[in-house]
Design a protein around this ligand. Structure first.
Ligand SMILES: [Zn+2]
Length: 214
């Protein structure tokens, strides 16, 4: 089996500083754009059975969006696909995954964290943040959605100021009351309470307007 870890990273890997990756080579493209080829340095398990992959099937070059590093960079991950050697497992092969770039992700965690911080710290709209960082608005919105679901233990927080936002999450709906047979209007509202200093979502109200404890 190939030795994946390296105790003393080379200079490019140390400067690029993406956890669990090493730099294979770099290219200078037109207009000063840099392309950085990387591979992971950790073992990966089968997503179905967890058995660590040791027999390599193929490599696939995947473009990964990442933070700028003294200017924009294009990152290409030379991603390994392994055979699953567990005879009972229905999955024949699987692609490796890392904490920075989990399965199906196309951007690094550090980029998504940076986008969320940009929106929260600057109070800018998702669209504006996306334009400033050269990424799609959808990537910013997805990162914000994930951040909003990572809610802390609110009993341990001491927010200084609270912000309350109420918005309609779907169009108005009507349903028939089974008891009275009368049609009733249903307003699918969602209430969100945030810590105004940090932007952290503290409480999300359910669409039927009943509070959800977090
Ligand atoms: Zn498996």
């Amino acid at each position: 089996m190939t030795e994946l870890t390296s105790r003393r990273p080379d200079a490019a890997t140390a400067i690029f500083n993406l956890s669990d990756y090493r730099v294979l080579e770099t290219e200078i493209l037109g207009f000063g754009q840099r392309r950085i080829h990387v591979e992971s340095t950790i073992e990966s398990g089968c997503p179905d059975c967890g058995v660590i992959g040791t027999r390599r099937h193929i490599r696939h070059r995947q473009r990964v969006r990442d933070i700028p590093l003294a200017g924009p960079v294009e990152v290409i991950w030379s991603k390994r696909r392994y055979f699953c050697d567990e005879s009972e497992c229905p999955r024949g092969t699987f692609f490796e995954a890392t904490v920075e770039v989990p399965r199906l992700a196309r951007s690094t965690r550090r980029l998504r964290d940076m986008l969320v911080s940009a929106v929260i710290d600057s109070g800018r709209a998702a669209t504006e943040t996306a334009a400033a960082h050269g990424v799609s608005r959808w990537l910013v919105q997805r990162a914000l959605n994930v951040a909003a679901t990572r809610r802390p233990d609110v009993d341990k927080l001491r927010p200084r100021m609270l912000g309350i936002d109420e918005q309609r999450v779907r169009s108005v709906r009507f349903f028939k009351d089974p008891a009275t047979k009368a049609w009733k209007r249903f307003e699918p509202w969602m209430t969100t309470i945030v810590d105004l200093d940090t932007g952290q979502v503290l409480v999300v109200g359910s669409p039927d307007r009943s509070p959800v404890s977090v």
